[in-house]
Ligand binder design. Structure first.
Ligand SMILES: Cc1ncc(COP(=O)(O)O)c(C=O)c1O
Length: 377
């Protein structure tokens, strides 16, 4: 819809608190939720229209494998927004990225094999991946966001998140190429979690794993979805993408994941990938403004908190160690400030003294979050 204004108005706190999604349902009515990676903005109009139309038509049955329209919509979005040439035939539907990672680990590992990921890490890696019988190998990030490849010695699979959650870092091409070479040399499969790739606010775009090199394509699979960038996480549709015969053979060993995915998720994702650019551009601008606002507010009210704004995601990984609130500063922010951040220790050992703040909301609520955090100190 060229020229249409994009409505990103955020409801008031009482209305947000009535939402049934995980971020809001978990909190008491007087708490501002800045936890789970959901956004508070209204959905993109074309997505809402497509969902309304499906409901009105009673089109609420099972999902038929990976619909061609979804493959093509994703490939076009990837080319336009991510600089990525995707073969629609190598796109496979899965309910969500986490389910895709778990099922791929089942296929690629035997019980007791090691699966690595960097820490701090998206917390379900620590809790969810062991369900497959693997041993997890948390690999600490260095201060610059890179990691020591030697620490992958003996692992079978690396889950590589780019852009990274919680740090928001976008991995440079040379680093990705080096990881790909090392993994190819050592027979390590790479599951590239690129769910945040459309959410690069400025700087260089995230390089899709399957665009890195032949080594990356041979030993890698990419997992992504519309769920973060378009805020559709509850609808359950994501994609696994491959670009080599070997990786395709891995996908062929998966159970039928399309059938477990949500049909409304497919409808929403197709609409988002096809008609969502204007909304996404408006969201990126709003997130960049909120990020700047958060930085200013922290500098004024909580100068002890260390945070270098990152180029991607709507998540701020705040180093609160100088506040003297112990390993879990989020506990104090919640108890005394009535603002909920995700506790740093949930992201692995390096998260002690940190908290993760979600700033995908109104500028007013971002200010109020910092105000409440400062009142708790
Ligand atoms: C890095 C990363 N991977 C996976 C997920 C979960 O995605 P999904 O809901 O598709 O399982 C998230 C959600 O925030 C995430 O940040």
């Amino acid at each position: 819809m060229p020229g249409a204004t994009i409505d990103l108005s955020v409801p008031d706190l009482a209305t947000l608190n009535r939402r049934r999604s995980e971020k809001w349902a978990q909190q008491a009515p007087d708490v501002i939720a800045a936890t789970i990676a959901e956004m508070d903005f209204p959905p993109a109009a074309p997505v809402a229209e497509a969902l309304h139309a499906a409901v009105a038509a009673g089109d609420l049955g099972y999902t038929p494998g990976t619909p061609t329209a979804l493959r093509e919509a994703f490939a076009a979005f990837a080319a336009r927004r991510l600089g990525w040439r995707v073969d629609p035939d190598q796109v496979t539907l899965a309910p969500d990225v986490m389910a895709g990672l778990i099922e791929l680990c089942r296929v690629l590992t035997r019980p007791g094999d090691a699966v690595a990921f960097t820490v701090p890490a998206y917390p379900p890696f620590l809790s969810g991946l062991p369900q497959t019988g693997v041993r997890v190998r948390p690999v600490p990030l260095r201060a610059d966001g890179s990691f020591d490849l030697a620490l992958l010695d003996g692992v079978r699979v690396l889950v590589l998140v780019n852009p990274h959650n919680p740090t928001g870092r976008v991995l440079p091409r040379e680093e990705l190429a080096e990881i790909a070479e090392w993994c190819a040399r050592n027979g390590v499969w790479v599951l590239a979690d690129e769910i945040h790739a459309p959410l690069v606010l400025d700087g260089d775009p995230a390089i899709p794993w399957l665009e890195v090199s032949d080594a990356a394509r041979r030993w890698g699979l990419s997992l992504t979805s519309a769920s973060k960038a378009f805020n559709l996480a509850g609808l359950k549709a994501s994609v696994i993408v491959t670009a080599s015969r070997e990786a395709r053979a891995v996908v062929a060993r998966l159970p039928d994941l399309g059938d477990r995915s949500g049909l409304l998720g497919v409808v929403g994702a197709e609409a988002a990938f096809t008609h969502g650019d204007a909304w996404l551009d408006a969201v990126l601008a709003r997130l960049a403004a909120n990020r700047a606002l958060l930085q200013r507010a922290l500098a004024v009210r909580l100068p002890e908190v260390r945070w270098t704004p990152a180029p991607a995601t709507f998540l701020a990984w705040l180093d609160c160690r100088a506040l003297g609130l112990g390993d879990d500063p989020a506990a104090a922010f919640l108890r005394r400030g009535r603002v909920a951040l995700l506790p740093g220790p949930a992201f692995g050992a390096p998260g002690a003294g940190f908290a993760r703040l979600n700033f995908a909301t109104s500028p007013e609520l971002v200010e109020e979050m910092v105000h409440r955090m400062a009142a708790a100190v």
